[in-house]
Design a protein around this ligand. Structure first.
Ligand SMILES: Cc1cc2nc3c(=O)[nH]c(=O)nc-3n(C[C@H](O)[C@H](O)[C@H](O)COP(=O)(O)OP(=O)(O)OC[C@H]3O[C@@H](n4cnc5c(N)ncnc54)[C@H](O)[C@@H]3O)c2cc1C
Length: 454
């Protein structure tokens, strides 16, 4: 491993001893691996030389951005090198002519959003964890709050520069809007969780920044009524940017965690929407549609949130929920996605399993796209009890989601922790093709091996 010092001529960026534990795990820290080296390259050339060295010496490599994933995908399970791209963090270009930006993979999402918004532009993908990197977002095809209107990270990637496991550098896509030129290699790389190559540069699409954003909060007596109303809102042609749902019991945890207060405390559940655009009157016309739908579907009220402070409070509470639950008890995050017309049936099933098993499952999530986030909560169960019972509960809810036509993960990815459920739900032929794609990119199986489909 000492030869890494010849490749990266900076002793602070090659760590061979006492590697901090946070680099051997994910954000939850439940599974930890081992590594013989941790490197922080600063250029594509350094990444390429590290990869060639690893390839020639059969050394496993685990790529890493900010390590905010929730599925163990940055755990170096095979040892070897952890390759952290967080110091490749330059925004290289914001191109107002083609409405694109060129970024290195370690650029932090919130820094990027701020930089483009200063130019009057907008990068719509908005996953909850803003300290994640753009490279990590692309590698997980991150979703988030605004997917209902704007889509997910995949929809914003125009081009990628990638270092392959043997050190070769490949570029896929360009700044063009359209591309019908050959197999879509770019789309294989997006969401591949670091199993095929290291992203060293990305060209992403930008749009004009909407001038106005207004929030609408719909309180309901219970979650079931709220979730039923969501379908009508989606079909109601009101073009919301985000439609989130959250139960009162989890809002209470968020309030405790942040010290803030959510409006309209006397409800069992809430649907939170945002609407954006450039014309206030036009947005208010859409809000009128939502008000009518809400009334027809038993909402207790319609609160239009125009005061920036209230909007910030509400989204701050919504944004902290994973951390708020985690602060109370160990929990397993689940981000199952079902067809939008099956969300209510799925959540009702979850409530039924909760009653039958006594295992608490708090739910919130992206109601507008069927991406249900559950925290399966350990409480004070012993390790043995928890392992057995959580496995039983998880099997039930994953089986149900698959039976409803849903998928194991809507946005967090598979990593290690969701692998058993993903493998169980996948057809053999799909897994076989994934293995063959993997072998084409990584014939020695050195890059993030044993993850996702392997
Ligand atoms: C509180 C909280 C809220 C969250 N909310 C959301 C949400 O709303 N939506 C959502 O989608 N996710 C969410 N996440 C999950 C997480 O933030 C995302 O998965 C994010 O995209 C990971 O980015 P990262 O930079 O932290 O990547 P990491 O965690 O470092 O890596 C993730 C995966 O990408 C690979 N990888 C990273 N960089 C590269 C690269 N340059 N080249 C190749 N492979 C690479 C890694 O090997 C790993 O497999 C949330 C997480 C937390 C803690």
């Amino acid at each position: 491993m000492k030869r890494l010092f010849d490749i990266i001529d900076d002793s602070k960026r090659v760590i061979l001893e006492k590697i901090e534990e946070k680099y051997l795990t994910d954000t939850l820290g439940r599974i930890t691996g081992t590594a013989q080296a941790l490197v922080f390259p600063k250029s594509t050339e350094e990444v390429s030389r590290v990869m060639r060295f690893a390839y020639e010496n059969d050394i496993p490599v685990t790529p890493r951005g900010a390590g905010t994933n929730l599925v163990g995908s940055t755990v170096p399970v095979q040892g070897g090198i952890v390759l952290d791209v967080s110091q490749m963090n330059r925004i290289m270009e914001i191109d107002k002519e083609t409405l694109t930006a060129v970024v290195e993979p370690g650029v932090i999402l919130s820094d990027f959003q701020e930089a483009v918004e200063q130019e009057g532009l907008f990068y719509p993908p908005d996953p909850g964890e803003k300290t994640a990197t753009i490279g990590g977002n692309i590698s997980t095809n991150a979703g988030g709050m605004r997917a209902v209107k704007y889509g997910v990270t995949r929809d914003y990637v125009r081009s990628l520069e990638v270092v392959l496991p043997d050190g070769q550098v490949m570029t896929v896509g360009t700044k063009t809007v359209k591309d019908s030129s050959g197999l879509a290699l770019k789309h294989l790389l997006i969401g591949s969780e670091g199993t095929l190559g290291i992203i060293t540069k990305a060209v992403v699409k930008l749009i004009a920044k909407p001038k106005i954003s207004i929030g609408v909060l719909l309180p309901f007596a219970d979650l079931k009524t709220g979730i039923h109303a969501v379908l009508h809102v989606i079909r109601g042609n009101a073009d919301p940017t985000a439609i989130e749902f959250v139960e009162k019991k989890v809002v209470a945890l968020g309030e405790e965690y942040t010290g803030l207060s959510f409006p309209y405390p006397d409800a069992g559940a809430y649907i939170l929407l945002t609407l954006d655009g450039d014309d206030s009157k036009e947005i208010h016309r859409r809000i009128e549609k939502i008000k009518k739908i809400a009334k027809d579907n038993c909402a207790l009220d319609t609160l239009v949130l125009e005061d920036p402070k209230t909007i910030e409070t509400v989204w701050q509470i919504r944004g902290c929920l994973v951390k708020a639950v985690e602060a109370k008890s160990e929990q397993i995050p689940v981000d199952i996605v079902v067809p939008i017309n099956k969300s209510a049936e799925f959540i009702e099933y979850v409530n039924q399993v909760e009653k039958e098993t006594g295992i608490s499952m708090v739910s919130f999530g992206h109601a507008g796209d069927g991406n249900v986030h559950l925290c399966v909560v350990r409480g004070n169960r012993s390790k043995e009890e928890w392992e057995k019972q959580s496995c039983e509960v998880m099997t039930k809810i994953y089986d149900k989601s698959h039976a409803l036509g849903g998928l194991t993960s809507g946005e967090h990815g598979i990593g290690i922790s969701k692998k058993p459920y993903f493998l169980k739900a996948s057809e053999d032929i799909n897994l076989k093709i994934m293995q063959q794609v993997k072998a084409a990119f990584d014939p020695k199986n050195l890059l993030n091996a044993k993850k996702v489909f392997q």
